[in-house]
Design a protein around this ligand. Structure first.
Ligand code: SIN
Ligand code: CO
Length: 373
């Protein structure tokens, strides 16, 4: 099993077995010599954009406050510590995407985004817990993390952000650039900047069963097929006209019980649901798209890659991209599976591609889901 410096020289399998979703792991120099991918100016320019999710957390006289982006202006340096948090940096920046993809020993169905925070001395978002697994990679300056396995996860009422009422640290570490702390969900933590500090959070997603159930029933509404209409040739006179007749109830119960969820229904639902881009993600195709012939010629020379924003998954004969699903034949599937796993295809892989694959690639290119390399 390959030992990964990223995980403190244990293998992904060992990490997943011993730590993932179970207990914290501090990894000194997970990425030796790591330097920030973006400057503070580049990060704040992102936070000014409408389609980027950002937050500003300020602390005045020890009181936390939070403002949602877009963030037109950042506070000065003498009004108390503050933190700017920018979500989904991987959707905007290829190097941030490449960093996130180092964590692909966990499936794309679980990997979420790269969030970058910038904090001034003493800044942080207060003691809290998250509902998701997270790797906290120190990118610039130092941060003191205090953490606790405490079961008391009560939060202070009435604040704009979730702060634990009774945080009691059990452990503390000062992280230097390149150091990384893994925390499982529901693990209490508080990170405070020592001087200017940037922290990169590699975050994961896990839908609630309620959210999945609601979305699944909506999905099924579009795909169930119940032919026929209620009929009652054997009707008898109503004694109590307002009462629902027993026979009608029995007949409808029998019909509705015919709705069955197959594993294939669930596969298609999962693929469409988990490959659906977030509400703030928009694709822009090329301003002057090439003709299909030219596109295919260039693609077979240079290859193609998925856009940073595209989500592509597959299972069995089903391929999913950005919320859409396709059932494909064996040969096409072999090509599309490579595109999904490598997020790119080299030119050679496209030489024998079928017309269906070529049509799909060209449409995705026009929609901005895929680019020429
Ligand atoms: C931060 O980067 O300031 C907050 C990250 C976290 O605690 O989850
Ligand atoms: Co947190």
């Amino acid at each position: 099993m390959k030992k990964l410096p990223l995980l403190g020289n244990i293998s992904a399998a060992e990490f997943l077995r011993d730590y993932w979703h179970k207990k914290p792991l501090l990894i000194r120099q997970a990425i030796p010599g790591f330097t920030p991918l973006l400057t503070l100016e580049q990060l704040s320019a992102m936070a000014r954009q409408n389609h980027v999710e950002s937050r500003l957390v300020t602390q005045v006289d020890g009181e936390f406050d939070m403002q949602l982006g877009p963030l037109e202006q950042l506070p000065g340096r003498d009004n108390g510590p503050w933190t700017m948090l920018v979500q989904g940096v991987n959707l905007e920046d290829a190097r941030a995407d490449a960093l996130l993809r180092q964590f692909r020993f966990v499936s794309d169905t679980r990997l979420d985004d790269l969030m970058i925070s910038f904090a001034t001395d003493g800044g942080g978002v207060g003691p809290h817990f998250d509902s998701y697994d997270v790797f906290l990679l120190q990118a610039h300056g130092q941060r003191r993390w205090r953490i606790s396995a405490q079961k008391d996860l009560a939060i202070i009422e009435g604040l704009p952000l979730k702060i634990l009422s009774n945080f009691v640290a059990e452990d503390e570490f000062v992280l230097e650039p390149g150091d990384m702390l893994y925390l499982p969900p529901q693990y209490a933590h508080d990170g405070v900047a020592i001087g200017d500090c940037m922290t990169y959070s590699i975050g994961f997603r896990s839908p609630t069963y309620q959210e999945l159930g609601e979305a699944f029933l909506q999905f099924m509404a579009d795909s169930i097929d119940l032919p026929g209409r209620y009929a009652d040739a054997d009707l008898t006179p109503a004694k109590n006209p307002a009462e629902i007749p027993k026979a009608m109830l029995a007949s409808l119960t029998a019909e509705l019980n015919k709705v069955r969820f197959t594993e294939e229904d669930i596969t298609i639902f999962m693929g469409e649901h988990l490959s659906e881009p977030k509400h703030n993600v928009f694709f822009t195709g090329p301003a002057k798209p090439l003709t299909m012939g030219r596109f295919l010629m260039m693609a077979s020379k240079r290859g193609v890659k998925l856009s940073l924003k595209s989500l592509m998954l597959y299972r069995g004969e089903h391929v999913f991209i950005n919320g859409e699903s396709f059932a494909v034949g064996k040969q096409d599937k072999a090509v599309l599976d490579v595109l999904a796993n490598q997020r790119a295809l080299d030119g050679a892989a496209l030489v024998d591609a079928s017309d269906d694959v070529n049509d799909a690639l060209y449409t995705w290119y026009q929609d901005g889901w895929l680019e020429l390399i």
